[in-house]
Design a protein around this ligand. Sequence first.
Ligand SMILES: *Cc1c(COP(=O)(O)O)cnc(C)c1O
Length: 393
Amino acid sequence: MNTENAGFNTKLIHGGDIDDQFGSATVPIYQTSTFSFKSAEEGAKCFAGESDGYIYTRIGNPTINALEKQIAILENGYGAIAVSSGMAAATTIYLALLSSGDHIVSTDAIYGPSRGVMEKQFVRFGFQSTYINTTDVDAIEKAIRPNTKMLYIETPANPTMDITDLKACADIAHKHGIILVVDNTFCSPYLQNPLDFGADIVFHSMTKFINGHADIIAGIIITKEKALYTQLRTMMINLGCNMDPHQAYMVLRGLKTLSIRIDRAQENAMKVAEFLEKHPKVAWVKFPGLKSHPQYELGKQQMKGDGSMISFGLKTGFEGAKILMNNVHLALLAVSLGGIETLIQHPASMTHAKVSKEDKQKAGITDDLIRFAVGIEDAKDIIEDLKHGLEKI
Ligand SMILES: *Cc1c(COP(=O)(O)O)cnc(C)c1O
């Protein structure tokens, strides 16, 4: 079906159609490492790029390509490159587009390893990085140097839920001739489409909302233009961080219910955030749907929904947080997010443990911050669970 003018939900179900000789309703799993050529001449054509026939699964595979085609449609991009994980997406972007001596400007409250790999590993290759609060547009402009090649942001940021202005970032990036990369994991293509605001590259940890069932690790990169697509695909093929066909099939399966899962999760999240905001033991709550969120208006402009990630702090700080985490039963004490189940975790001692104390403080990743990923259970049960946990403090 041609889904060009169809709505998002129709694209979710029919956007990834592939030709299949038996009329299968779902994309078959082409669990093969290699593809035979019909003739020596055809093999030569495939390698010369004169035919788009498949060669070898690290380079391309019909199941993986069906997923890539569908996500590119959902993000309004030129093309997509599926990879083995969200971190494979981040590192492929860094390695494909940065050279020794190049500099990036990025969000200080960002997925921990996306920052850690730059500061602790890639610094050996001469990559330079500056982490700032990107909600401050002037600070971005000031951080740009003559050797800056990339503005790399995450919005809402992990775990502070700070919202960065996508359009303003695109304007700054293009004024300085640098590439804007957006980690769109917290929103998924259902809630935010950064390419529409002028970003050059978007990526997702599909481990989270896109697959949504907490049973797969996967990532994907989407570009607006062909040139970046080709550069990134070449790097992915050479790094060998390709997706596996079975993994692609699982993500395709999870993807179909993306919008109905997020609709339920964010409806629940709004109720949970309102409950927390009124609770006497809670010091603060940060959720894009609450009017108290510092970038509430900006969130309404660039996001199509509030998402289901909440951060909050207790008046009793980390001591209280530990008691709460040890006394919830419905919420799993686990990292990750975007799945069907509710998760609770403590970033300062878990996901962001490797960020230095000083950098955590600067980024607003305070010791009292609890990250709560709301699932699709009944809101009343999630709230009841929190209520019981909070009673123990
Ligand atoms: C989980 C996550 C990643 C990394 O993804 P993996 O699939 O775990 O490698 C990157 N960015 C954000 C915002 C994430 O939540």
